[in-house]
Design a binder for this molecule. Structure first.
Ligand SMILES: O=C(O)CCC(=O)C(=O)O
Length: 299
């Protein structure tokens, strides 16, 4: 399956896989190096400036990035695949694709590629118990199944923090365990506010990846420090799912995608989905991959 696109399987250690199953997420440190984090951040800031410099009302062209949210303290950018070779390399990073495929239980395709740059909200006031913009991307009965006793989800995110995340730096918050519960989201959120030990927050060194099922309720955390947070997120789905980023890719980019990555970029209009399952005790495939092993787009 992966001779032309080597990627790890299983991509998680048994303990990481157990953590993922129990809580709906796992944070894996050291996925990107400090230099890789710095380079992706620089590209994000450049793209933010370029979008801001566009004439007002200019339509988004093929392959062009956009703001999903544009506030003075928080820019959420989408459709990043062609905006910089490092973004394409991030989405095709073999370890990250391996993470997604392990959770999907089959072959992955890219469904979106986004990034956030945010600082403290202007209305921030030190508060004991902040509220969050909690949401999930899919529902438990539709998107979940189990195999060999392990949980799988057909919509997965790999969210990498490019800046250090201490407790005050606004790391992603999640309602632990909500990925398995077929209950109304608002009910689970209400219970989590009653018992805040159910709300877990990412506190991790730069270059760590939060791997989570989109059935898991999550939100941007409260940023209390004076630092800017930078994160990049690929959404992956099963190969039969469509791409739901906005702008289509350009013909130049599309034509250049190598055969080995066509399912990853374009999915496959077929019921087959390349099932791939592990046992909990299976050891991790510990091969080392870097951003250089991802595909950087047309030369
Ligand atoms: O900002 C975060 O940490 C979470 C981002 C998020 O929920 C999203 O992009 O859908």
């Amino acid at each position: 399956m992966d001779s032309a696109f080597p990627r790890p399987f299983p991509a998680l250690t048994p303990a990481q896989r157990y953590h993922f199953d129990v809580f709906g997420y796992v944070v894996v440190p050291g996925v990107l190096s400090p230099a890789e984090c710095a380079a992706i951040q620089a590209a994000m800031r450049r793209v933010r400036s370029e979008i801001r410099a566009r004439p007002a009302g200019q339509a988004q062209g093929p392959g062009e990035p956009k703001f999903i949210m544009d506030l003075p303290h928080h820019v959420f950018m989408g459709d990043l695949i062609e905006a910089d070779p490092l973004f394409a390399a991030y989405a095709t990073h073999p370890r990250l694709v391996g993470f997604a495929e392990e959770v999907i239980g089959g072959e992955a395709r890219i469904v979106e590629l986004n990034a956030h740059l945010n600082t403290q909200r202007p209305d921030y006031t030190p508060a004991e118990n902040p509220r969050f913009d909690f949401h999930n991307g899919t529902d438990v009965p539709f998107s979940s199944h189990t195999k060999h006793g392990l949980y799988h989800c057909n919509f997965v995110k790999t969210l990498t923090n490019l800046t250090e995340l201490g407790p005050d730096d606004g790391g992603t918050v999640v309602v632990a365990g909500s990925h398995k519960l077929d209950l109304p989201v608002e009910e689970m959120v209400a219970r989590a506010y009653e018992d805040r030990s159910l709300i877990h927050q990412v506190v991790a060194p730069a270059g760590s990846t939060l791997l989570f099922a989109e059935t898991l309720i999550h939100a941007t955390g409260q940023l209390r420090s004076d630092r800017e947070r930078a994160i990049i997120i690929t959404g992956y789905g099963s190969t039969m799912m469509p791409y739901w980023g906005g702008a289509p890719l350009t013909p130049t980019f599309t034509a250049a995608v190598p055969e080995s990555l066509r399912n990853l970029y374009f999915g496959k209009a077929h019921w087959t989905r390349g099932p791939r399952y592990r046992l909990l005790a299976d050891p991790v495939d510990a091969r080392t991959f870097t951003l250089a092993d991802g595909w950087h787009g047309p030369a």
